[in-house]
Design a protein around this ligand. Structure first.
Ligand code: SAM
Length: 271
């Protein structure tokens, strides 16, 4: 995916959740094969490296994908791809969903029907959040005022256990009206990423915008944002999520909003 609208070193943080490789229901058959899918990730990684300022962070919510009994190691492959694009692999956070949550099926039920060896299929409650950095951050490049205005609330940080590599967060319920048919992530993911890795007034990019969750949170936290999406029918949903009425222009004087909708076939899907 090329992002030629965005100039070099102009973005301060990237937060995204790429399409899940041919996930049953959401992305069934979208990608020709796994190689094509990895090709898309490779192009995105290179572009993100180009447009991020030096020292800055890329956060991906991604997970291995089980298709017809075979698990595709997407987290490992994406990690390698981002390293090859020049990033330093900083960390992996595990997102644990509530135990009552199962979006697709209760696979573990098989062993209840057949309580014998070889019938074990665990239910998956986890996703990964992988964090990469481009070069070294210059802490002195931020003014005293901006540092003060962007201070992290240590009570919130401690009470909600942001300090661990295990984040327990609720998922978006399937069927919630604004995210229908979109594999949206909870606001808590961009919320934590934006608070932890960007300063007020900076620019956040989500190259797989979906329903617009990242831009909504960026706006609420006084950050500018850019979102890229290939599905044009999502525009009204994104606008609604961002709180725009039909008439309002997206770029006003207070905020820089930019939603780039890809023309299908011109840039994506590619690979
Ligand atoms: C997992 S969703 C992102 C959901 C988003 N985080 C939210 O909260 O709504 C991935 C999005 O990437 C978009 N997308 C962009 N480029 C794509 C490509 N080359 N192939 C498939 N989907 C693509 C899809 O249309 C989809 O909306």
């Amino acid at each position: 995916m090329a992002m030629e609208e965005i100039s070099d070193e102009s973005v301060h943080l990237m937060v995204t959740s790429p399409p899940y490789f041919n996930a049953p229901f959401d992305y069934k058959g979208v990608f020709k094969d796994y190689g094509q899918y990895l090709g898309v990730l490779r192009k995105v990684a290179r572009e993100i490296f180009r447009i991020l300022q030096n020292g800055r962070i890329a956060v991906l919510n991604i997970d291995d994908m089980l298709i017809a009994g075979e698990k595709f190691p997407i987290v490992a492959d994406a990690t390698k791809i981002f390293q090859e694009a020049g990033f330093r692999y900083r960390d992996r956070i595990i997102w644990k969903k509530p135990e009552g949550y199962l979006r697709i099926s209760r696979r573990s039920g098989v062993i209840l029907q057949n309580p014998y060896p070889m019938y074990f299929y665990p239910d998956n409650l986890l996703e990964s959040i992988i964090i990469f950095q481009k070069g070294k951050f210059n802490y002195r490049s931020i003014s005293k005022e901006i540092r003060r205005d962007s201070k992290i609330d240590i009570k919130e940080f401690s009470d909600n256990k942001w300090y661990m590599t295990l984040w327990e967060m609720n998922n978006v319920m399937p069927g919630s009206p604004l995210e229908k048919d979109i594999a949206a992530f909870p606001e808590e993911i961009p919320y934590r990423a934006i608070k932890l890795f960007s300063y007020k007034g900076e620019t956040i990019l989500d190259p797989f915008l979906g329903s617009g969750t990242t831009m909504k949170v960026a706006r609420a936290l006084d950050r500018n944002s850019i979102g890229i999406e290939i599905k044009k029918p999502l525009i009204p949903i994104i606008k609604k999520k961002l709180g725009f009425s039909g008439q309002q222009k997206l770029d006003n004087n207070q905020d820089v909003f930019e939603i780039i909708i890809r023309k299908k076939g011109k840039y994506g899907p590619i690979g």
